[in-house]
Design a protein around this ligand. Sequence first.
Ligand code: HEM
Length: 489
Amino acid sequence: NAQNKIPEGLQQLPGPKPFPIIGNVLELGSRPYLSLTSMSKRYGDVFQIQIGMRPVVVLSGNETVRQALIKQGDEFAGRPDLYSFRYINDGKSLSFSTDQAGIWRARRKLAYSALRSFSNLDSTTPEYSCALEEHISKETEYLIKELNTVMKTKGSFDPFRYVVVSVANVICGMCFGRRYDHHDDELVSLVNLSDDFVKVVGSGNPADFIPLLQYLPSTKMKKFMSLNARFSKFVQKLVTEHYATFDKDNIRDITDSLIDHCEDRKLDENANIQMSDEKIVGIVNDLFGAGFDTISTALSWSLMYFVAYPEIQNRLFEEIKEKVGLDRMPVFSDRNNLPLLEAYILELFRHSSYLPFTIPHCTTKDTSLNGYFIPKDTCVFINQWQINHDPEMWEDPFSFKPERFLNADGTEVNKVEGEKVMTFGLGKRRCIGEVIARNEVFLFLAILIQKLNFQALPGDQLDLTPEYGLTMKHKRYHLRATMRVRNEQ
Ligand code: HEM
C-alpha cells in the first residue's frame, strides 16, 4: 500500500481515480494539454494521474513549476525510461535518454559550448556580426527567392515545406559545415517527416506507458522507428566524412569540435567521466534534431498568425520600415529597436504554446512538493500550456494580443511580462538552444516581413487548432506571398 510509505507530515498526491489496466487514458484524451489543464483546476498544481499502470505527476502553475525545476532542480532533472525514447539516436540521446546525472551533465556542457562557439564564430565577411547571423541572412534570402519562384509557377505554397529546409540549413551549417538545396530530396524528405517524430514523443503517448500496446502493430510507431533510423543514418554519413577529413588544426564545425574533444580526452589521464566516442559525437544528432523542428514550427506558426491577423502583419512591416528602413537587411542588433516584433514573438510562444509540455522529467530521488510526497523515479509532466493560459497570470488569455507585452506608448517590451511565458522549460534541463533560437526566430521574421506580405488563399477558413505532439503543428494550408517593394530593374 503506497499510503504506508508516505513519510510523516507529507500528503498523498490528489488526482482522478484510475481504471484498472488503462488508468486515466480515457480522461487524458487526444489533447492532454487541455484535459490536464482542467484537472489542475480541480486537483491543484501538483496531482497524479495514471497512464496504464504507471503513475505520472503533473505540475502546473508558475510558482510550483519554478519551485520544482529551479529550487529543487536536481530532484526533478531526470528523464523517464520511456519506450519511444529508446529509439531516439539509438538510445543515446542527450535530450531523451536516461543517462545518469554525471554523464548527462558532461554531455550537456559539451553540447552547450560547441553550440555557443560555432554560433559566435566570425562570419566570412565583415557585413555580418557572426556566423549565425550570416547563415540566417543567407538562408532567408534563398527562401525568399524560392518562394518568389513557387509563386510564379504555382501561385501558392505550403509554408512549412519551405521554411523547414531553410532552418535545417542554418543548423546544418553549424553542425556539418554544409547546406542543402531546396530541391535536395534526401534532406527535404527527411526534415518534412518531423510530424512522425513529434506525435510519438509528445507527453502521454499511451504506448510509452502501456506495455501491451508495444506489441500491437502501429503505423505511427513504424513510421517513428523508420524516421529515427533514417535520421541516424543521415547524421552517421556526415560524421564518417568528418572523421575521414579531420584535421586538428582546422576545426570546421561542431562535428569536428566533438571529434577533437574525443582525441583530447584520450590524452588526458585525469578525465574522470568515462564516455564512449559515440556518445560524444552523437551529441551532434541531438543538436541537429532539436535545432530544426522547434524553430521551423515557430516560423511556420508565425506565418499562419500573419495571415490570420493581417493588420498586425502590416504594423510589423511599418515598424521595420521606420526603424530599419528598406535599403538594408535587418540584423541581430536591430532586435532591441523592434519592440512590436519582440512582443509578437512572445505572444506567438504564449498563445500557440506549440510546445505544450516540456520533454517529460523524472524524479531522481524521493522528494516532496507543496506538501505532497513524490517517490524516486516518478515520471513528471510540466504543463507549459497551462502556465501560458492561466487566467490568474494573463488578462484575456485566449486573445492574440502582442500589445500585452508592450508599455503604454508601445515603445518598450515589458521584460517581466515576457519572462512569464514558458516555452523553453526552466532550470537544469532548460533548453540549451534558447539564445540562438530567439535570435534566429527574430531575424528570419524581420527579413521576411521586410520583403514579403503573406496572405491566405481566398475562401480558406483558417482553423488554427493545433495537432498534438511534442511540438504541435498547425493544419497545413497553402499561402500566397507578394513582394512588399518591387525590385527596380
Ligand atoms: C530542450 C524548447 C530550440 C537544443 C528543450 C526543451 C524545451 C525546448 C521545452 C525541454 C526542456 C525540459 O525538458 O524541461 C525549444 C524551443 C526552441 C528550441 C521552443 C525554438 C524556438 C533549440 C535549438 C537547439 C535546442 C535551436 C540546439 C541547436 C535543445 C537540447 C535540449 C533542449 C539539446 C535538451 C536539454 C536536456 O535534456 O538537458 N528545448 N528549443 N533547442 N533543447 Fe530546445
